[in-house]
Structures are given as structure tokens and as C-alpha cells.
Ligand binder design. Structure first.
Ligand SMILES: [Zn+2]
Length: 398
């Protein structure tokens, strides 16, 4: 790999203005809400399935989703934006009562705060933290909350937008995983440098739902690339390389450091890839149902075949007809397990499991976690996921 170019400036000071324009974003196609989902667990299949569809939900598959009107959303965003801008212009800390002491000024000039690097979702935040460790040229911050999970419907609050007004470097997963950025990016400085971790990462088309149910709205994103590339050691390795390249562009003097950290990360990923390859050789022909398309790439690495998603689109409550069809599919196709992300409706899946006799398990997609996780948190969670799946599916080939 060629050496990164060096440039004057960089280091721990304010990053140099970057010539590239911010990445263009698509329109916000989701309702951009961040509150917990309103699922309605019920027994099924059978007459009681109706209660699942008729229970209160913002995203019923049987009826038009109850979402704030676009005008209301726009007003909400404008108000949040105004609050963020006002906060960013206001003096910070205690009111100034005169010139700062000379020693404090000298201290500030000698040790300026590290410039912010805002991460738009949890996995890329973990990757950037790992690469930054040992140099600290950036203050790496998470734009969402540690508990958010997949940010398909994350709705940034004024404090989140304020953070974005003060960042010059933004790293995102890309592929519209962080759909909230479509509007939130407006508050960022015009020369913000966007690192798209998905750049040149091979993708597969979204298979949201994977089942066609009459009356269900087809997701707008159905024919677009699946954004869950982070849950594959093979692709995470490429994402980290993109982030290291972007950090080096912003901090040229640290290029050798980021390359060294990247090589450590990629060594961990290669070990996980070998584990996945072994799983694929020794676990043949297993079919699964997932909560949404969160583990399409990991399933590909492991050789698991996904037949259906419980949710017709991320964080959309399934209809009774959909649940009934999935229950039939699980039985007819001898599905081996129902695998959920931690934010899915566990009770609903457990009911599906008890009705069909298949195990239900939670796979952690590392989209949420501690606010101050260990540096190798991603690696350790992925290892735990693969160990769990190895126990769930019996070895059936040598
Ligand atoms: Zn997701």
C-alpha cells in the first residue's frame, strides 16, 4: 500500500479545509422518529392474529402508517435547527467578565482541543475510535445515542444538531442507513468533510420483507443497496480502510498511525472471516427467518439462506397476514431458526417460535452498546454472535 502523503498543518490543530464537496444525500424516505416501536405481541396463526394487526402501531402493515404530516416534521426540524444554531452561536460556559488570564490563553494555544469527528452511527463510531486510539487527533463522537440501534428512524434532537454544527469531519456508514442525515447535514459547516465508509464496498440489493403480501405497502428502499454492510468482517475491513483513508486526509501527519491501527483491525477481521468460512463449510443448507435485513451480509458469509423477514421493512410492524404466511413458510421450508436484532419484537418472534417449534435467538448487530465500550467491542460481539450461531445450528458437514 502506498504511503499516505504528508502535508503542512493537520496534526492536532484545526483540520485543513478539504476540497471535496459533502456527499449528496437522498430524500428522507422514513418517518424519522426515534421513539420505541409500538409492537403488539399476540398469538398466531389463527383468529387471534387479527389483534396483532389492529393493535396500536405507528407502522401497521395493514393500514396507512400514523406518521406526523410532512409539514409538521419540517416544522419540527426547523425548530430543532434554530435551537442548535442559537446554541452554537451562544458563548459557552460562564459569561466572560474580561480578558482571560494570560497563562490560560497560552495553555489554550499550546493545547487546542482536538477537532471533532462525528460518527453518524454506532458501528462506524467504533471503527473510528479504534483507528484514532493512541493518537487522539480527533475527538470522536457519536451522533446517535449508544442505545439507538439501527438508525433507520433516528430523529436528531437540538443537542445532536448542535454537535454537527461544530464538526468539520463526519463519518457515515452510507447507503442511507443514516437517513436522518438527509436533512441534518444542513446544519453542518459547508466545508464539512464526509467520510463514506461504504465507498466501493460490494453490496446486495435490499430484500426487505422477502415476501409479497397483498395489501402491504412495498418499501421504497426495496431495490436499493442493503446498508447493513457493517455486520460482516469481510466488509467491515473495507469500511475501516475507507475511514482510515479519510482520517489520514484530515490529519496527514497521522497517516502512518492510522495505517498501523487499520492493519491491527484487519487482522482481527481476517480471524473472524476464517471462523465464518469454517462455519460455512460445516453448517450446510440451513434456512432462517430474520427480523429485518440486518444480517444479510453475515448470513452470506456464513452460508445461511434467509427466506423471509418478520418486518416488511425495518421497524415496520408486520400484518396478521404476513405473520400467518411466515409461520407456514417456517413449517413448510423447515426453517432452522428465527434470528432477531435486539430492537425487534421478541415476544412476537417467541410466539412464532412456539407455534412452529423453531428456536428464536437474538443476534447483536453491534448497532447499539455501551457509551464507553472497550476498543475491541465490535470484534468481541461479532465473535460472540458467531459462537452463538455455531451452537444453535448443529454441525452437519465436515
Ligand atoms: Zn437495520
Amino acid at each position: 500500500m502506498s504511503a499516505f502523503s504528508r502535508a503542512s498543518g493537520g496534526g492536532k490543530g484545526e483540520p485543513r479545509p478539504f476540497p471535496d464537496a459533502p456527499t449528496a444525500y437522498g430524500p428522507c424516505g422514513a418517518s424519522c422518529e426515534d421513539s420505541p416501536k409500538a409492537y403488539a405481541p399476540s398469538k398466531f396463526p389463527g383468529a387471534s392474529m387479527a389483534s396483532a394487526a389492529s393493535a396500536p402501531s405507528r407502522h401497521s402493515g395493514d393500514s396507512a402508517p400514523s406518521r406526523p404530516a410532512p409539514a409538521a416534521l419540517e416544522l419540527s426540524f426547523v425548530l430543532a435547527l434554530a435551537a442548535a444554531l442559537a446554541a452554537s452561536l451562544a458563548p459557552s460556559g460562564a459569561p466572560s467578565v474580561g480578558p482571560a488570564p494570560l497563562m490560560a490563553q497560552d495553555e489554550a494555544e499550546l493545547n487546542p482541543p482536538a477537532p471533532r469527528l462525528a460518527a453518524a452511527s454506532y458501528p462506524v463510531w467504533l471503527f473510528a475510535r479504534f483507528l484514532n486510539n493512541g493518537r487522539g487527533a480527533f475527538a470522536v463522537e457519536l451522533m446517535t445515542r449508544p442505545e439507538t440501534g439501527c438508525p433507520h428512524e433516528f430523529n436528531p434532537q437540538p443537542r445532536d444538531l448542535e454537535r454537527l454544527t461544530q464538526t468539520r469531519t463526519l463519518v457515515k456508514n452510507g447507503l442511507d442507513l443514516e437517513i436522518y442525515l438527509a436533512r441534518a447535514i444542513r446544519v453542518a459547516p459547508p466545508d464539512v468533510y464526509v467520510i463514506d465508509a461504504s465507498s466501493e464496498v460490494p453490496t446486495m440489493i435490499n430484500s426487505y420483507g422477502r415476501l409479497s403480501i397483498p395489501g402491504e405497502p412495498s418499501p421504497q428502499a426495496a431495490m436499493e443497496p442493503n446498508p447493513h454492510i457493517f455486520l460482516s468482517p469481510r466488509l467491515a475491513s473495507m469500511m475501516a480502510a475507507n475511514i482510515a483513508k479519510g482520517m489520514s486526509a484530515r490529519d496527514a501527519e497521522g497517516a502512518a498511525h492510522y495505517q498501523s491501527r487499520l492493519e491491527l483491525f484487519q487482522a482481527d477481521m481476517r480471524a473472524l472471516e476464517e471462523d465464518a468460512a469454517l462455519f460455512k463449510r460445516t453448517h450446510r443448507g440451513y434456512k432462517i427467518v430474520t427480523s429485518h435485513g440486518f444480517m444479510d451480509y453475515l448470513a452470506q458469509d456464513l452460508g445461511l439462506t434467509i427466506l423471509a423477514d418478520v418486518e416488511p421493512a425495518p421497524e415496520v410492524t408486520p400484518s396478521a397476514a404476513r405473520l400467518r404466511k411466515i409461520a407456514d413458510l417456517v413449517t413448510d421450508e423447515r426453517v432452522a431458526a428465527v434470528l432477531l436484532d435486539p430492537h425487534a419484537d421478541l415476544k412476537l418472534a417467541q410466539t412464532l417460535g412456539s407455534e412452529t417449534g423453531v428456536p428464536v435467538a437474538v443476534v447483536d448487530p453491534v448497532t447499539a452498546g455501551p457509551a464507553d465500550p472497550p476498543l475491541n467491542y465490535y470484534q468481541s460481539v461479532l465473535k460472540q454472535d458467531m459462537n452463538m450461531l455455531g451452537k444453535l445450528f448443529p454441525v452437519n458437514a465436515s
